[in-house]
Design a protein around this ligand. Structure first.
Ligand SMILES: *[C@@H]1O[C@H](CO)[C@@H](O)[C@H](O)[C@H]1NC(C)=O
Ligand SMILES: *[C@@H]1O[C@H](CO)[C@@H](O)[C@H](O)[C@H]1NC(C)=O
Ligand SMILES: *[C@@H]1O[C@H](CO)[C@@H](O)[C@H](O)[C@H]1NC(C)=O
Ligand SMILES: *[C@@H]1O[C@H](CO)[C@@H](O)[C@H](O)[C@H]1NC(C)=O
Length: 226
């Protein structure tokens, strides 16, 4: 397991080695968007920091210092494509041709927290019976399985139409107990699930996102250690 310190006010721009040329090419495109976004992020982080340094209230600055950086007990990633989709009858079905996604996660299994950095190249509106259409499901490659964690759907970055291909992104953290909104045998499929379960064997899980046209999943990526 890797220990990763992440300072929110000074996010490291790690360029990750991707398994194929295709992934690298698309990582570059993703990184370009993030460079633009970080100009905004840094500006606002500085303002926030100034505000907190001006603040003379006891404890305020201590809170600020104690809160960052936080740490991950491990980091995992899934490279999602349209050619790995399996529907709930365990039949391989096509996803969204030319769709692609990078689902990066930072886990803190001690505190049952999972942070996500999801970038997808998609078109079409989301659709899922779950609370959102972007999930980690429990199943090995080639199999379907229940969603365990639902994440906010990646949003279009620059106001493009949802009917056209564009980059979408979702960044943040969620923590247990988890609720997916999908009930099987009278129990929510997130109930009782922990980040430690995911950390125990990420390859037994995949990340995906579902659209109106591709209810079984537009793109899917099996998770692996980063
Ligand atoms: C999210 O991933 C992108 C693309 O890999 C990267 O450039 C960016 O720094 C990451 N953002 C965070 C908050 O880690
Ligand atoms: C899965 O796909 C097969 C083949 O298209 C289809 O017959 C079956 O009804 C699908 N199952 C679900 C749950 O959608
Ligand atoms: C997209 O789907 C969401 C529900 O998943 C709905 O609220 C929204 O109105 C839809 N947007 C469009 C443009 O169809
Ligand atoms: C639901 O119950 C059925 C029958 O008892 C069982 O085969 C199945 O594995 C259960 N599904 C889940 C997700 O627990």
């Amino acid at each position: 397991m890797k220990l990763v310190a992440l300072a929110l006010a000074a996010l490291p721009l790690a360029v990750l080695a991707a398994p194929t040329y295709d992934h690298e090419w698309k990582d570059d495109k993703v990184d370009k968007h993030y460079e633009d976004d970080h100009k905004w992020d840094d500006k606002h982080a500085d303002k926030w920091e100034d505000k907190h340094h001006d603040d003379k209230h006891d404890g305020e600055e201590k809170w600020y210092k104690d809160s960052f950086p936080f740490h991950f007990t491990s980091t995992i990633v899934g490279y999602a494509s349209p050619d790995t989709i399996v529907n709930n009858s365990q039949v391989a079905v096509p996803g969204l041709e030319d769709g692609w996604g990078k689902f990066a996660f930072g886990l803190n299994s001690e505190e049952n927290v999972i942070c996500y950095n999801i970038s997808v190249w998609l078109k079409g509106n989301y659709s899922s019976p779950a609370v959102t259409a972007t999930h980690i499901h429990q199943a090995v490659a080639g199999r379907a399985g229940p969603p365990r964690i639902a994440f906010p759907n990646p949003r279009v970055l620059n106001g493009e139409s949802i009917d056209e291909f564009s980059w979408r992104r979702s960044v943040g953290c969620v923590w247990g107990p988890f609720t997916t909104g999908v009930v099987v045998n009278g129990t929510d499929t997130g109930a009782g699930f922990t980040v430690a379960d995911l950390e125990a064997d990420p390859t037994g899980f995949f990340a995906d996102t579902h659209t109106v046209q591709f209810p079984a999943g537009a793109i899917r990526g099996q998770l692996e250690w980063k």
